[in-house]
Design a protein around this ligand. Structure first.
Ligand code: FAD
Length: 318
């Protein structure tokens, strides 16, 4: 089933869902299952699986110089999606990105997903490869998420890259895209970011999942502004429980989001990460309760491979 169909079928009841990241290359999928297993108690109708592009690493050579190599540390998105569908009978939502892919490679990946009976995709541009300042699309790849939305929409109409294909099988993907209550870091302002978000929806995306935020007012204002711009699709809030002191600096620097004063002060008073996790769980519960009371369609948790805090938050609500 499609994400939008799950939302419709819930008839206004808030659903629980989560995002997971593939294990590092060489790790077993069992650690992922151990993480998902307890969360099945809350009946997620769909689970997102992130996609991780290649990275550059520099390996020392015998002559003392460094050799630049390209590796993917977390492959397996498509395989994990198939495993989730098979093991839990839950709809997986693979993330697909522009970065590192030609349009043809994207098309081939979408064909694999279609054959696996996966009918949801979260379409993203992806970030620049670590070490490069600006995002560079592949010469024959998609430059913005909008271009990738258009490619998936074309496949949904049976239009593949090869014009000579006659009567090609249409795909039937439900397309989600990303939205940023605190603005995407490259956008000059929120208005311009919303203009491009609207283009993704007009092109055929059917729902939005937000970047994490810790201040619900940022989400509510974002939703109001989207509605004022005529963006009327479901806007799913993404939430992440704080677990460590490091999150106070790492999350703002990676995800370009603010930590509210109250949360920061509460974390500063903690003796260790155990206490910080308690604060994170309590904050997550309060955030989730307020969002649920406001009637959000789904509470979507960025679990990042650890289920304990998400489990405790969900236990209070679902
Ligand atoms: P876009 O919608 O293409 O926007 C990128 C920037 O360009 C924005 O500033 C926008 O305002 C601007 N823009 C858009 N269109 C145009 C245009 N036509 N002309 C000029 N400017 C334009 N990354 C991963 O690598 N893997 C993942 O699995 C992943 N999952 C994510 C899940 C969620 C819910 C979110 C919120 C983000 C995720 N990301 C992931 C991160 C994402 O790839 C980055 O934030 C990326 O920098 C932007 O992606 P986007 O799809 O929002 O890009």
């Amino acid at each position: 089933m499609k994400v939008t169909e799950h939302i419709e079928a819930a008839k206004g009841k808030t659903l629980f869902s989560l995002e997971i990241i593939p294990p590092k290359k060489g790790d077993s999928i069992d650690s992922l299952f151990n993480h998902i297993d307890p969360l099945m108690e809350f009946h997620p109708p769909f689970i997102d699986v992130t996609y991780h592009r290649e990275e550059y690493v520099y390996k020392p050579r015998r002559d003392g110089l460094l050799e630049k190599k390209t590796i993917r540390k977390r492959p397996g998105t498509v395989g994990i999606c198939a495993a989730i569908k098979n093991k839990y009978k839950v709809d997986p939502v693979p993330h697909i990105i522009c970065g590192g892919f030609s349009k043809e490679e994207t098309e081939n990946a979408l064909i694999d997903l279609n054959f696996l009976g996966i009918d949801n995709v979260l379409v993203l541009r992806g970030d620049s490869i670590a070490g490069e300042q600006n995002f560079k699309p592949e010469p024959d790849g998609n430059a913005y998420a909008l271009d990738l939305v258009n490619q998936v929409v074309n496949m949904n109409k049976g239009q593949y890259l090869d014009d000579d294909l006659q009567n090609a099988m249409p795909a039937d993907f439900c397309i989600g895209v990303a939205g940023y209550p605190e603005k995407h870091f490259e956008a000059p302002n929120l208005k311009s970011d919303l203009k491009y978000l609207k283009q993704k929806i007009e092109a055929g995306a059917e729902y939005i999942v937000t970047q994490m935020f810790f201040d619900n007012s940022k989400y509510f204002e974002f939703v109001d502004k989207c509605r004022a711009e005529g963006i009327n699709v479901p806007i799913i809030p993404g939430l992440k429980p704080i677990k460590t002191k490091g999150h106070m600096t790492v999350l703002p620097s990676i995800f370009h989001i603010d930590i509210p004063d109250d949360l920061y002060s509460a974390i500063e008073k903690c003796k260790d990460n155990k206490e910080i996790q308690e604060v994170g769980v309590e904050w997550g519960i309060q955030q989730s309760k307020e969002l649920m009371a406001a009637g959000v369609p789904v509470l979507h948790y960025y679990s990042m491979g650890k289920s304990d805090s998400v489990y405790r938050i969900a236990k209070e609500l679902f």
